[in-house]
Write a protein that binds this ligand. Structure first.
Ligand code: CS2
Ligand code: MN
Length: 352
């Protein structure tokens, strides 16, 4: 497996590429043009500039996270084809630049959802947290204010442009069933077939985070059965998964090791994150170490190791430790610790 690290770009990240270089074993930077609105074609010059910066620092640019999907595509609006055309053009350009895997998500309106970004842990660090009762009583707009107010960095998935029409868009989803969303995903994926085959790009859908419906919006990337269904929508290698252990694993009935073993050959990108789930189903993001949370991280890494997994892996969100000032969940320190934990597990398995 190839270790990677998510980075938000020059002047948009508290972490320097030269720091990432000092984490043993990192081969690639997971990147995106974070200011590009969903639905627009990514400019070639900007793709090239990003490639140059990342490669000059000694990393590959194989994985992009994310090319965001325009709401019209998810909703199946009449104007979706024009946004799909734009998406295809972006993929063509990324393929030319050498990108191999594109991560995306198909969550209506919201990306990941939390009720607190700096929830205190017993050890004095803070981390992202989800409280079920708060979610039941809060309005979508109040949630947006809550999530964006405490961060001086843009929060990925909560881009202003995507939230402008919040109330209207939520209304549009009122009549929509999960089946409709599956159909719209299939329509989208089918259209990407030719460009993916021509450029060798693999699409890797990210699970819904958390993996259940919020604000009555349909969500489908939530469990083993649905992942299987998604792969069957277009049963071809270019249609694959991003396996995020902390997203899917926030539902204790999702057995991560079993899911990974089942879909191994279609998982092109892996996010390793641990969460601690309490008796009420609230959860907090914790250190990557297995015993610190509810997810069997050791078992997950072993499943990949045993299968000779050759694709990309990265530590997902980390805690905020050692007073680091960073984008919520995306500091240097705890993600670097996460990598060393994963490296340690792999080395033990190798030596055995
Ligand atoms: C999140 C998401 O779990 C994660 O990695 O930080 O924002 C994720 O990048 C998107 O859902 C992928 O499209
Ligand atoms: Mn993830």
């Amino acid at each position: 497996m190839k270790m990677t690290f998510r980075w938000y770009g020059e002047n948009n990240d508290s972490v320097k590429l030269s720091y990432i270089k000092q984490i043993p074993g990192v081969e690639g930077i997971v990147w995106a043009l974070h200011d590009m609105p969903a639905g627009e074609v990514w400019p070639i010059e900007r793709i090239e500039a990003e490639k140059k910066t990342i490669e000059a620092a000694g990393f590959n640019i194989d994985v992009v996270e994310s090319v965001n999907v325009h709401e019209s595509i998810k909703l199946g609006r009449n104007d979706r084809d024009k946004y799909i055309e734009n998406y295809i053009e972006t993929l063509r350009r990324l393929g030319k630049a050498g990108v191999k895997v594109v991560c995306y998500n198909f969550m209506p309106v919201f990306d990941w959802v939390r009720t607190e970004l700096f929830h205190p842990l017993e050890d004095g660090s803070t981390a992202l947290h989800y409280d079920k009762e708060t979610m039941e009583s809060i309005t979508p707009r109040a949630l947006v204010e809550l999530v964006t107010k405490d961060s001086k960095y843009t929060v990925a998935g909560w881009e202003i442009e995507r939230l402008k029409e919040l109330d209207n868009v939520i209304n549009e989803y009122k009549e929509m069933t999960q089946e409709d969303l599956f159909n719209n995903l299939q329509y989208f994926l089918k259209a990407l077939g030719p460009v993916c085959k021509e450029s060798g790009i693999k699409m890797a859908i990210h699970p819904d985070d958390p993996p259940w419906s919020i604000f009555g919006l349909p969500r489908i990337v939530t469990n083993k059965e649905n992942l299987g269904k998604i792969l069957e929508l277009v049963d071809e290698p270019y249609n694959g998964l991003t396996l995020c252990t902390g997203s899917l694993g926030a539902n204790p009935s999702n057995d991560m090791v079993d899911i990974i073993k089942t879909y191994m050959n279609r998982i092109y990108f892996t996010h390793i994150r641990n969460v601690r789930i309490d008796a009420k189903g609230n959860f907090t993001e914790v250190s990557h170490r297995t015993q610190d949370g509810s997810i069997n991280i050791t078992g997950v890494v072993k499943a990949y190791f045993d299968a000779g997994y050759k694709y990309y892996i990265r530590p997902d969100h980390g805690r905020h430790i050692w007073d680091e000032q960073c984008r919520p969940g995306y500091g240097l320190y705890d993600r670097a610790l996460g990598i060393m934990y994963i490296n340690g597990i792999i080395d033990c398995l190798k030596k055995q």
